[in-house]
Design a protein around this ligand. Sequence first.
Ligand code: COA
Length: 590
Amino acid sequence: MYRCIVRNFFNSRCSQQVLVLPVIQPSHVKHRPSSWHSCSVCCMSTDAKRKKRLPSAFPVLNLPLQPIHRHVYEANLRNSAICHEKYVEYSDKVKKGGGANAIARHTQRNKKLLVRDRLRLLLDDEDFLELSPFAGLGLPYGDIPSAGCLTGIGRINGLWCVFIANDATVKGGTAYPITVKKQLRAQDVALQNRLPCVYLVDSGGAFLPLQSEIFPDKNQGGRTFYNEAIMSAERIPQVSVVCGSCTAGGAYIPTMAEETVMVHRIGTIFLGGPPLVKAATGEEVSPEDLGGARLHSEVSGCVDHFALEEKEAYECTRNIISTFNFLLPEEEERVERKADEEPLFSSQELRGLAPLSYNYTIDIKLVVSRLTDGSRFQEFKARFGTSLVTGFARIHGHLVGIVANNGELSYEAALKGSHFVQLCDQRDIPLLFLQNTVPASASTFSTQKAEVNSNRLKAQGSMMSAVACASVPKITVVIGGCHGADSYAMCGRSFDPNFLFLWPNARVSITAPSHSGDLFTPDVDNETLENFETSLKEESSAFFSSGRLWDDGVILPQDTRKVVRDCLDIIKQQQYQLSTKKVNSTILRL
Ligand code: COA
């Protein structure tokens, strides 16, 4: 009110836009001349102010066409009609891809979906923003419809993502110089706008006759892979679906991506295809055996998800996107509503799943399904290194990455563990370790065994490093054994989990009772062995451990979901402190 009075002094008509003066406190205004009047806008009640503000809008440009514009207008109109025809003609042309024969070969012989049908299954709706659809038309080397690949931005589970999808009806999806340029531009858009990238790969690699314009220079073929690495390091997720051939250069798109889905009998990844193998070795080998989805999901580990058919692959990709931990407000609301979704199976059944010994094995997913919301679990690398189970789930609405022993921590299992821990670290997802290590023998009786052991050692070292360096919160629940070096990679006490609990049946010791023979040389007498066994039994019990504070407590199996929920609630509070810290560090730098 006082501000208005002063304004009026200078400018007897009050306006919201007039010069802004320092606020004068009531004590400064000693006398109020009778000629001053109070402002009818600023001095009204808050409700009245709100009502006044609502209708505010920018000035209207009231510009109907004038007769003098008519001839220019009509000439433009005629030109627009021609342009529109051209637009429709070009649109139709690019929609036909490589033409009727190539489409028939693609859909009937190769049994693949057309690129636009793939996008229909991947994206939330068909209304995506396509980028440069006419790229590739009228080039010196001919018309390359859509430059051989569709790029654009569409929503997947509500999240805007850039997609780069090869159209294999155009010369087998091979990369022309214009294809590379279009892909790099789409990656630029992703980088500038921090949009996740999804690659639908179906490509014969470089278009060989133009290799000199595709391969050697900075902004050519290799740049795509470079960009994938850079964006991944910038925490811009990179996901790929192998839904066709990924030959030579094409093979690096899925292998550089953070998560890859591959379609059975349709996807292949190899550096040189069967004809090259035949030429080099004379051996006949099928594309599936040389680099199919089974091989890459079970043996090489190049891909993380096996899909029986294309539809399943796009569903899996949509699930992957929902593990990015970028919750949009409406998604957050949905998760909150579902936060109380109980597992399908009673947590009481965990009592019968708590392992008594190593003589019986149970599938660890039985335990997982009794802990997670709705017993849901998005498994990662389900077919590779199966003695470790990794995947995403929600516990009382909190997204967590679960790492659970399902046998010996083999070379493959440890590689998978490292990859998964790094994914969770990148996506800021807390980790839950369900530890039940196997008291494996490290004895070396042959050079072959020595090689297996050293490979395993290297992979376990990587996993330890990934766990130690992951900056996300970690919770460890020892549900069975906590023995040997495997327990370090599974975030044992010395790897600093935020919380570590034991089930009452758990055992914590260098090796499990009745497995101590491996620790001694064959000439050790029985008495020494028996004495060691007796003390091992006593010292390895969960209560012996908890009595010495080697953990944060013994919890009952059936209470695990609740305890983990409490830990995740507690951990979540850090988010607010971290944002405060960032503000502080900025202030210090200034
Ligand atoms: N460079 C140039 N042209 C290529 C090509 C390449 N790398 N790969 C495929 N083509 C052409 C084919 O000559 C054919 O052309 P056409 O339609 O004019 O006859 C067209 O692409 C489709 O190939 P085709 O083999 O008939 O289709 P397909 O669906 O059976 O198989 C591929 C597609 C990509 C799996 C298969 O062509 C292939 O394996 N190509 C070789 C890939 C390769 O070795 N790349 C090395 C790059 S460094």
